[in-house]
Design a protein. Structure first.
Ligand code: ADP
Ligand code: AMP
Length: 223
């Protein structure tokens, strides 16, 4: 698939720490398709103290989901006028997935793929606990698995990396519980669709990227 003709409307699904953001950035770099990370948008709003950020802050800090009405309203605005996109962190409930299908149906832009990144709990906890994030663009590193050239500094913009407050051990536990209860049911929602693909997210980053490429090539061939 060449960058020039990449039309992708993907949902990247999977638990916190599975590597969705890492692979979304890699896809964005390779194909020029924009990542839309609900977590990044919400964090920017919290930092700027907007009304949306004020509504979202307490939910995010405690590892709970922001309410569906707030998220769906935010995403309706985000998706207007976009033909290709990588949805990272959305949808996270069945109600959000129904709203997304509805919106994309009205726009005549159906999803082209749903990729489920699968990894087990011990790995997820280790990844989240060692994650360092660039708050300016959402890019993340890992202290051991994907370290920056200089500890605490982003390779690309040279600015500081931070550890997210919700990557502290007690909030990680809550987020994993929230995923199992509210987001894992999406596997049933999307699982029977032809463009649903499971990705082994336990592999190293470049191996996962190869699986993603194979999945996209398979979906493209099926269309
Ligand atoms: P998500 O967006 O699914 O929450 P991230 O992409 O932020 O996950 O990845 C979580 C952490 O794990 C980051 O520190 C990232 O550098 C690291 N990571 C991502 N993919 C892998 C991988 N395949 N192997 C090892 N570490 C990874
Ligand atoms: P993330 O960056 O994807 O790990 O998201 C961080 C936090 O933002 C989550 O723990 C939720 O509190 C909130 N959030 C992100 N996306 C959503 C969503 N689609 N629905 C509800 N809450 C969300």
């Amino acid at each position: 698939m060449s960058a020039a003709r990449a039309t992708m409307r993907l949902v990247l699904l999977g638990p916190p720490g599975a590597g969705k953001g890492t692979q979304a950035k890699a896809l964005e770099d390779r194909f020029g398709v924009p990542q839309i990370s609900t977590g990044d948008i919400l964090r920017a709003n919290v930092a700027a103290g907007t009304p949306l950020g004020v509504k979202a802050k307490a939910f995010m800090e405690s590892g709970k989901l922001v309410t569906d009405d707030v998220i769906v309203g935010m995403m309706e605005q985000e998706l207007v006028g976009k033909h290709s996109f990588l949805l990272d962190g959305f949808p996270r409930t069945v109600a959000q997935a129904v709203a997304l299908d509805d919106l994309l149906g009205r726009l005549g832009l159906p999803l082209t793929g749903v990729l489920l990144f699968e990894a087990e709990r011990t790995t997820l906890v280790a990844r989240l606990a060692g994650r360092w994030t660039n708050p300016r663009n959402g890019r993340s590193y890992h202290a051991a698995f994907n370290p920056p050239k200089v500890a605490g500094i982003d390779d690309e913009d040279g600015g500081p990396l931070v550890q997210r407050l919700d990557d502290m051990a007690d909030v990680i536990e809550k987020r994993l519980e929230t995923y199992e209860r509210e987001t894992a049911p999406l596997i049933g929602y999307y699982g029977s669709r032809e463009m649903f693909v499971r990705i082994d997210a336990l592999a190293p980053i470049d191996v996962v990227a190869e699986s993603v490429d194979r999945a996209l090539a398979g979906n493209e061939a099926a269309r």
